[in-house]
Design a protein around this ligand. Sequence first.
Ligand SMILES: *Cc1c(COP(=O)(O)O)cnc(C)c1O
Length: 420
Amino acid sequence: MSWKNDYDPKLIALVDQIDKQIAPRLAQIDAQIVENEAKVLASFQAHHVAESDLNGTTGYGHNDEGRDKLEAIYAEVLGGEDALVRPQFVSGTHAIGVGLLGLVRPGDEILYITGKPYDTLQEVLGLAGNGVGSPKEYGINVDYVDLLPNGEADLPAIKARLRPATKVVAIQRSRGYATRESFTVAKIQAMIQAVRAVMPDVWIFVDNAYGEFSETKEPLDVGADLMAGSLFKNAGGGYAKTGGYLVGRQDLIQRVSYRFTVPGIGGEEGATGTALRDMYQGFFVSPQTTGNAIKGAIFESALLDALGLTVSPKWDAPRTDLIQTVNFGNPEDMIKFAEAVQRHSPVDSFVTPIPEQMAGYEDQVIMAGGSFIAGSTVEFSGDGPLRPPYTLYMQGGLTFAHVKLAIIGAAQETFFGKQD
Ligand SMILES: *Cc1c(COP(=O)(O)O)cnc(C)c1O
């Protein structure tokens, strides 16, 4: 008996056809995994990672060699000079917030050039929420330039908007909950060149969440100064239990480290406790985990496209992050699909996700996915607001096989009737 016997033969025939169709694309991702893993492995070797580096420290965390080496590895692999990779970052939002706010001083301005920032960053930056502790209270202005209707950065408007007070130009690589496409590293390079043509010395910051290892280059390789991300996403590899990272120019890492802790201490303190082994192992497997998630997204895109749904990106389009969106066109199918994704999770498979009102959203949001690490989205998960065109944002997957099985199962239940 094969698992295939659980599904409608018509669906399985389609899956077999999709497998053939996407095989060359999956082979490209496999090659990319090797490219990225080679960089990581070489860096582990060059920094003489030893068993004792995995153990972590207590107290002040002075002379934490394992922490220092991990930061040197992040910097080397991701194209920076220095890094802060810490379990004390509660999330990617925290690391990104420390990066942005650590760079600026009263009178300065942060300008997002990729439209309105990701939901959680809107509160950090005072664009939403009650404004307590916002940059505005410190005399720091935050603004953004809208994207063009086609989802591209509006380079002429950005150039016109730059002014002497603009200290930081911020770019968000991944689409977040927006309908635009994610920005590839090549597109980020074009934005950086346009900005530098007007303001050569402005600091360019990239929110790199979901981006790490989804291409063979990173934003720092094409001229960004500082970038940050979450260890619940790609770079944590599914192993890191908590944390975030900042990587970039050495002087800027030092500058933001004073916001991370306090002036004087910066990154010199911060015990790693028991976190380092997972952080090392997670970064080591991250190229593979990211690749698995991308392969899963390609399968998902091809299958649901063949079933008549609108998907983005298409299976054969370039990718720069883990996110796959699918429009269901009606709330019933979207909910059914999300419920089935939950049912095919390794953890909490027996739980039914309920659409819920969430802070910062006008519509109810449904969230599906049972992960080993709470809320982790490098593990397979799907979520989205219940409003037309009823888009589910799906991402992650520790193994390709899991994403494949979950998508086939969800397609069966949503479009071929529930099997017993
Ligand atoms: C997930 C995400 C973040 C924040 O990361 P968390 O760890 O969830 O706080 C920031 N920006 C983008 C684009 C994201 O997708």
